[in-house]
Design a protein around this ligand. Structure first.
Ligand SMILES: Cc1ncc(C[n+]2csc(CCOP(=O)(O)OP(=O)(O)O)c2C)c(N)n1
Ligand SMILES: [Mg+2]
Length: 327
């Protein structure tokens, strides 16, 4: 069933806010303000917004290393996510996590840790907790096409399928793992069929079509809440940037990026909103401008926030080593 105009408008705003957020992060990464590696998700907005948008606040979400958008949509204030990426003290994790280690348990963003394939295992824990405590919360874990090659994915799916755990494996097939095309590292033509070996239902979904994403996640969540176990959803999409901000992505064939840009998830929804739901261009431009203002505010907050005090560097570190002299 098609999404209502109201819902599609909300999802459109979510996607635009991810795009603007990532563009700002890219700028401040390239000019050296943001430290460390940054993985951007421009082009993949529908898969992130659709997964989070189809789930309840009480469902557990495990974003991955390319997950700023999903993280914001879980409910953390964008300015606190931005400050975290900037490494500042007002970041949601005090600037200790940075881009890849952002968690906010208050909105059930269970975080990432830089190790590909690790969260498919920890996701078993939240899924098992839901079953054990008889709550209806499902667990959604984001993963990439390259990550599917990790042995942990097999272990996770074996246990989830055997115990019928309420997990949705959200496989964002953005074609590449760093510079390796997925067809060069997996034998399957469609990675979704990988789940057949575990008798886990799976679907290939147009990951740039927000309606298709929402509907597939809703179906998977319904199965999970009924105790029917995990689902693997393969969202076909594309990352417009290189693997990390600064990667020129020279491994992509000519024209490939441009072909995927024609399938931009935001433009697609914009077209639907105008042609099917009667929105005007001016109305949507106004929403875009609001997102611009919100992200500008988030950036200013991050810039204004102080650096963490080096004296606190070992706070929260579980080690017995004493550091005598922190200057
Ligand atoms: C266990 C492990 N191996 C290798 C890496 C290095 N690494 C970081 S991201 C990445 C590629 C992941 O590709 P994919 O799963 O397709 O996600 P994408 O980056 O395309 O979103 C690799 C190999 C890592 N972080 N962890
Ligand atoms: Mg990938």
């Amino acid at each position: 069933m098609a999404l209502t105009k109201k819902r599609l408008l909300e999802l459109y705003c979510d996607m635009v806010s991810i795009r603007k957020f990532e563009e700002a992060v890219e700028n401040y990464s390239k000019n050296g303000t943001i430290p460390g590696f940054i993985h951007l998700s421009i082009g993949q907005e529908a898969a992130q917004a659709g997964v989070v948008g189809a789930l309840k606040k009480t469902d557990y979400k495990f974003p991955d290393h390319r997950g700023h958008g999903a993280i914001c949509l879980c409910g953390t204030e964008k300015k606190r996510v931005m400050a975290e990426i900037f490494g500042k003290v007002d970041g949601i994790n005090g600037g200790r996590g940075g881009s890849m280690h952002i968690n906010d348990l208050s909105c059930r963003n269970m975080g990432f840790n830089g190790i590909q394939g690790s969260t498919v295992v920890t996701a078993l824990g939240t899924a098992f907790a839901s079953t054990y405590k008889k709550t209806d919360a499902v667990t959604a874990v984001f993963m990439g096409d390259g990550t599917l090659g990790e042995g942990t994915c097999h272990e996770s799916m074996n246990m989830a399928a055997t115990w019928k755990l309420p997990i949705i494996y959200c496989l964002l097939n953005n074609q590449y793992a760093i510079s390796t095309h997925y067809t060069e590292s997996h034998p399957q033509k469609q990675l979704a069929t990988w789940a057949d070996g575990y008798e886990v239902p799976n679907e290939v979904v147009d990951g740039n079509d927000i309606e298709a994403v929402v509907e597939a996640v809703e179906r998977a969540a319904e199965r999970a809440r009924k105790g029917e176990g995990p689902t693997l959803l393969e969202f076909m999409t594309y990352r417009w940037q290189g693997h990390f901000s600064g990667d020129p992505a020279a491994y992509r064939p000519d024209g490939e990026l441009e072909a995927w840009q024609q399938k931009c998830p935001i433009n697609r929804s914009r077209k639907q909103l105008m042609e099917i739901h009667g929105c005007s261009g001016a109305e949507l431009d106004e929403l875009d401008a609001r997102a611009d203002a919100e992200i500008a505010e988030a950036v200013q907050f991050a810039l204004d926030s102080p650096w963490p005090d080096p004296k606190n560097a070992l706070k929260h570190v579980y080690a017995t080593v004493q550091v005598e002299d922190w200057k």
